[in-house]
Design a protein around this ligand. Structure first.
Ligand code: APR
Length: 251
């Protein structure tokens, strides 16, 4: 089997013996599906737009029509995208180890479309519509430039977590529990710059887990990780699954 990237046997053995694997993913996992990341210097979303102009409650209050146009553009882009080999391999991992908890910062739903179950959407879901006043889930009338809440008449907003907003209660508590309980923590395709998500790997490490980073460009936190796999998740994760599937001693 021709190795695409160097995955240490020690990591494969660690996963083979793992009781609970906790995975945190970021925009890098969807990059190979054509969904732009946020901080890629050239074509990252934040290279083209100011996050504070488009991804804050203040920006929505200032110009809800602009925000809805932007999110409808991103919804179309994501709807046309397909899960990639990285998404499918992450879904497959759940069949190879006793317990997997998948926490994603991605709002694109591609993990679920690749077959992952019980995905914790730490930053919400771009296809959800919520009442701006009380956060209740609704279905927006897409014919309306700025859809409104059928219950209270307030504007509806995309169901994503904006800068300065709290992480949904359940997503937050389930993620902290999993990060504290797991024995292997995989951080895949995230710049590890946005908290509180970026703090989960440290929590896992201080709770005794082995922590692994998968990223073509090792992040500023790389030194905190026990294993750093410098590669694209669409190559690294399928290879990891293939190595895991090989009977020990037959590698
Ligand atoms: N495979 C793995 N990692 C990749 C790939 C790939 N094919 N391509 C790029 N990457 C890495 C980049 O090197 C970068 O470190 O993915 C990371 C993407 O980082 P960001 O764009 O910062 O995305 P993310 O970490 O998910 O951002 C966190 O910030 O803007 C907010 O709410 C938004 O959820 C988002 C949060």
């Amino acid at each position: 089997m021709n190795e695409v990237c160097d995955i240490p046997a020690a990591l494969v053995n660690l996963l083979r013996d793992a009781r609970h694997v906790c995975i945190l993913t970021g925009a890098g996992v969807s990059a190979e599906s054509g969904v732009p990341t946020f901080r890629d210097a050239q074509d990252g979303l934040w290279a083209k737009y100011e996050p504070q102009d488009l991804a804050t409650p203040e920006a929505f209050l200032a110009d809800p029509a602009l925000i809805w146009r932007w999110y409808r553009w991103r919804r179309e882009l994501v709807a046309e995208a397909q899960p990639n080999a990285g998404h499918y391999a992450i879904a497959k991992l759940a069949e190879l180890v006793p317990q997997v908890t998948l926490i994603t910062q991605n709002v694109d739903g591609l993990h679920q479309r690749a077959g992952s179950k019980n995905v914790i959407e730490f930053h919400g879901n771009i296809f959800e519509d919520r009442c701006f006043a009380d956060g209740t889930l609704h279905t927006a009338d897409d014919k309306m430039e700025i859809p409104t809440c059928p219950d209270c008449g307030a504007d509806l907003r995309p169901g994503v977590v904006w800068f300065g907003e709290a992480i949904p209660e359940t997503a937050s508590s389930e993620s902290y529990t999993a990060a504290s309980d797991c024995d292997v923590f995989l951080s895949i395709g995230t710049s590890s710059l946005v908290y509180p998500a970026a703090g989960l790997a440290d929590l896992a490490k201080t709770s005794g887990a082995s922590v692994v980073e998968v990223n073509p460009d090792p992040t500023a936190h790389a030194a905190n990780f026990d294993f750093i796999i410098a590669g694209n998740s669409g190559l690294v994760m399928p290879e990891l699954i293939e190595l895991l599937a090989v009977e020990p001693g037959l590698e």
